[in-house]
Design a protein around this ligand. Structure first.
Ligand SMILES: [Zn+2]
Ligand SMILES: [Zn+2]
Length: 348
């Protein structure tokens, strides 16, 4: 079968490799769509970061070379011994986390921060291939009303949903989202799904602002507008109930911590390449806080799939599909900011 195999920095080759075989407790999936993620860009341009060049991962036993791809959907073609609740022909999406089940985070239900966490598509052969094999506990069924294209977006949308849920907001809350990339868009959909109507998305790029506005969002341009002043005025000095950093730059952290109400959180869902210099006195004086967020659990997957089944998510204008042979060109396009979200079709 054909697959995109990672061999190191700037080395992602589309090659023929043997089809994987289905072991006990495993499910074989014919991949329909696999999204390219910011993590994949980091591995290709700056890595290896998560993919180990030589040390086998403790849970998967796998190191480089590895088939990339952790955001995918597909159709079940085979189930291993002991799998009784997944059947050939089922449409599924994959929650790509390997967890140890023994560490404190795993024991307390927070396996998204498992001390030995691994990912299908980074520490095991992933979804940029015609077929892949996953453990049963990574499989989530897609209802008939959710397309396989939409199903490939459950993973990144669950990252955003988990972040939104950590803010403990309700339908009366006002929120600020920094960054209108795929995670910023996901935050907007998740917050809307939780009933919020008062959301501003702060984004300097006119292209990104236009694309989230087309979905119905209200935006602010931090290069020409005084975000903190506008929020102060609009909330009569109370500030917003939650802010989200999906931009990962010092300006967003500083602005967000200035716009929050007292005792309210900034949820950080960005990968910070460098240390951020920011006035933490913004936190102290109003008991504000910064909260990190990582991945998702099965609960977030279920919430996102339910919202998708209700037709809540719209891919218009920000999601495109490319063939597997175009994966390297796709990485370059994303890096250059010419595309927002690309899904790889391994059969094309
Ligand atoms: Zn990802
Ligand atoms: Zn664990």
């Amino acid at each position: 079968m054909r697959a995109a195999v990672y061999h190191g920095n700037h080395k992602l080759e589309v090659e023929d490799i043997p089809e994987p075989t289905t072991g006990d407790g495993q499910v074989k999936v014919r991949v329909s769509r696999n999204g390219i993620c910011g993590t994949d860009l980091h591995e290709y341009f700056d890595g290896p970061i998560f993919i180990s060049p030589s040390d086998p991962h403790p849970l998967t036993g796998k190191a480089m070379p590895v088939v990339m791809g952790h955001e995918f959907s597909g159709v079940v073609t085979e189930v291993g011994a002991g799998v009784t609740d997944v059947n050939e022909g089922d449409n599924v999406t994959i929650e790509p986390i390997y967890k140890c089940g023994k560490c404190r985070p795993c024991r307390t239900g927070h396996y998204n921060v498992c001390q030995s966490i691994g990912f299908h598509g980074l520490m095991a052969d992933g979804g940029m291939a015609e077929y892949t094999v996953v453990p049963r506990d990574q499989v989530h069924h897609l209802p008939d009303s959710v397309s396989l294209e939409m199903g490939a977006l459950v993973e990144p949308m669950s990252v955003a949903y988990h972040a939104a849920a950590l803010a403990e907001v309700n339908d009366q809350s006002r929120a600020l989202v920094y960054g209108a990339g795929p995670i910023g868009i996901g935050l907007w959909f998740a917050l809307r799904g939780m009933g919020l109507t008062d959301i501003d998305v702060v984004e300097p790029s006119p292209i990104r602002r236009a694309s989230i506005e087309a979905l119905g969002a209200r935006t602010l341009d931090p290069t020409t507008q005084d975000v903190a002043g506008l929020i102060d005025e609009a909330t009569h000095g109370d500030g917003v109930d939650a802010a989200f950093d999906a931009a990962g730059v010092p300006a967003s952290v500083e602005s967000a911590t200035a716009c929050l109400g007292e005792r309210r959180p900034l949820i950080s869902v960005a990968i910070y390449d460098k240390p951020v210099l920011t006035p933490l006195i913004n936190l102290v004086l109003k008991e504000r806080r910064i909260q990190g967020t990582l991945c998702y659990t099965a609960e977030d997957y279920k919430a996102v799939i339910d919202l998708m089944a209700q037709g809540h998510y719209d891919t218009t204008g920000w999601v495109d599909t490319i063939p597997l042979s175009g994966v390297v060109a796709g990485l370059e396009e994303l890096r250059a900011g010419r595309r927002m979200k690309l899904l790889v079709d391994p059969t094309a």
